[in-house]
Design a protein around this ligand. Structure first.
Ligand code: BEZ
Ligand code: FE
Length: 293
């Protein structure tokens, strides 16, 4: 029998997929096997190191529950989530290449703190009451041709003034809601000016980041997700312009086009007509969605 050597095992695994009927699955698995084998050969992996890797992945799975997704955190902190986002946007850009219209708003990571079923509130509602520094978020949602996207579902969520999300603290929702744009695509709501915060560091991914000599922090950002019939879903953030860690986000999510000024205003009448007895911030941003093919 011909004996397999170190450089032969990957091809031997690939050769066993002759009966595989799913062409895309076969393509993905072939590349995965080849790259995984090449990686192990490149670093000359020892049995102890491989066992440490298996124990790390086991601990990562064991850390997951209904509210905690340590594998997403692993994907985020290794830049894989942003790579998938970037590949998807590049695919969209290729599809739009020969069409007129403006560039769509850039996407970024969803992260693990989206909680479906947030309260549906009227435009202009304040979801930040009792938390940090009041901020009016406002702007318009259009498609890439400038046509307003009315009745677009807009989910927003952020951490509190200490950078903690509601689901990290307990079972009651706060600092999150779903709004609908008006007929002209306008949105407005009040929340807080988000602060930078660390991603959860008390699990195996935190231990890995420590060992890599990396910090855990994300710059201040407001999560926003747009869903409108006839348009591609957009998952993105607005980043606070003067926030620390914009240039070293632990999950590589920052896009320059999403960094926004948060000007501070003295007490008085806010742009939406609300009378403010304390200083407040505003963040204005217009979003462009891609019409579905
Ligand atoms: C977040 O922004 O909520 C987040 C994203 C990735 C990992 C952890 C948190
Ligand atoms: Fe976040």
């Amino acid at each position: 029998m011909a004996q397999l050597e170190a450089s032969d095992f990957a091809q031997a695994v690939v050769d066993r997929m002759g009966e595989c009927r799913d062409a895309r699955f076969k393509q993905v698995m072939t590349a995965l096997v080849k790259h995984a084998h090449a990686f192990m050969r490149e670093v000359d992996l020892t049995p102890d190191e491989w066992m440490a890797g298996i124990q790390f992945l086991t601990a990562t799975g064991q850390k997951c529950d209904g509210k905690r997704q340590e594998f997403i955190l692993l994907s985020d902190t290794l830049g894989l989530s942003m790579l998938v986002v970037a590949l998807e946007q590049a695919r969209g850009a290729r599809a739009l290449a020969d069409q007129p219209g403006e560039k769509p708003t850039e996407a970024t990571v969803q992260g693990p703190f989206f909680w479906p079923g947030a309260p549906r509130l009227e435009l202009g509602a304040d979801i930040g009451e009792g938390f940090g520094e009041p901020t009016l978020y406002h702007g318009r949602v259009t498609d890439t041709f400038g046509k307003p996207v009315g009745n677009c579902a807009l989910d927003v969520w952020s951490g509190d003034e200490g950078g903690l999300y509601d689901m990290q603290k307990g079972d009651s929702m706060n600092l999150r809601a779903q709004f609908r744009t008006d007929a002209d695509g306008n949105y407005r709501f009040w929340s807080i000016k988000p602060t930078f915060y660390p991603v959860p560091g008390d699990g195996p991914v935190g231990t890995m980041l420590e060992k890599m000599g990396r910090h855990l922090n994300r710059p201040g950002h407001m999560h926003m997700m747009f869903n409108a019939p006839g348009h591609e879903r957009l998952v993105t953030h607005l980043f606070v312009k003067d926030s620390p860690y914009l240039d070293s986000d632990a999950v590589f999510g920052v896009r320059n086009s999403l960094i926004v000024d948060f000007p501070k205003h003295a007490p008085g009448t806010a742009p939406d007509g609300r009378s403010m007895s304390r200083a407040y911030y505003t963040a204005k941003y217009d979003f462009r969605l891609v019409p579905s093919a």
